[in-house]
Design a protein around this ligand. Sequence first.
Ligand SMILES: Cc1cc2nc3c(=O)[nH]c(=O)nc-3n(C[C@H](O)[C@H](O)[C@H](O)COP(=O)(O)O)c2cc1C
Length: 283
Amino acid sequence: MVGTRARERGPVRADRGAGVAGAAAGHAPLPHPADPRKKCFFQLAGQTGRRSFQHAMRTMKRLSPTKHFLAATLFAAMEILNAQAAATELPAPQKTGGKPLMETLAARATRRDYNPDAPALTQAQLSNLLWAAYGINRDDGRRTAPSALNRQDITLYVLLKTGTYTYDATRHALIPVEIAGKNIGDIRAISGRQSFAGNAQLSLVYVSDFSRLGKPDADPEAREMAAISAGAIAQNAALFCASEGLLTGVRMSIDKEKLGAALGLKKSQWISLAQSVGTKDTQ
Ligand SMILES: Cc1cc2nc3c(=O)[nH]c(=O)nc-3n(C[C@H](O)[C@H](O)[C@H](O)COP(=O)(O)O)c2cc1C
């Protein structure tokens, strides 16, 4: 639980896929230092925004104990500062109201007729949608959707016109997905093979981390668990949309390799599903 939450804090850096993703986003891959020992600990601590956590940790291990301690302290402080600066806190979700359940069920339907010129979701709609989909609804950190063994293996990627984020349920905030300290930008159009993916105001991408399920090799059971959990979250989101008068639809028609590279996913992460959400022409 603690590990899960800790992993969700801080800006998401697409380091693992930085070569491919960086090129896709128009950034050159970062060079590695010729001799990491020549870097002072201030520089190492400053690497947090530019290089992978793992690389910085490997480099720090080669320092003297005193320099290692100072670098680690600075590194941790900068991680916290980065995370605080980068996160966009969402307004508190409204946990009451909405259409009655039976009316909501009667309204649920897949929609593909998104208007790219329709207005963006309001911050309140985005907040309520994400909380309804996969927010924390109990003091012990459990969520509105179930997950196998409560491993909470899914991260919701939130693809907007204004950029790409992950949903941090603990902070109820959006965390930018960055390469070289820069948001990877609007990638809605590659979140589905069908053209409507790029038209909808929002795409949610469901990404499971098999290592959270204790099965980094993605065996069939892990995929089943991840897919079933994604379905539960997607239905929560769909019911919220039906209640709120938003358009929505899930899809599996996704170029997962392309999208995974753009998001900088690790080998243990798997895209199970995507879901468009759109507003009507006037809200
Ligand atoms: C697992 C799953 C995968 C789907 N994949 C796609 C897809 O790739 N593209 C699409 O347009 N719709 C997709 N759909 C939506 C279905 O086509 C839709 O749910 C179905 O036609 C029934 O319509 P309804 O949802 O309005 O009841 C998918 C639905 C599910 C549950």
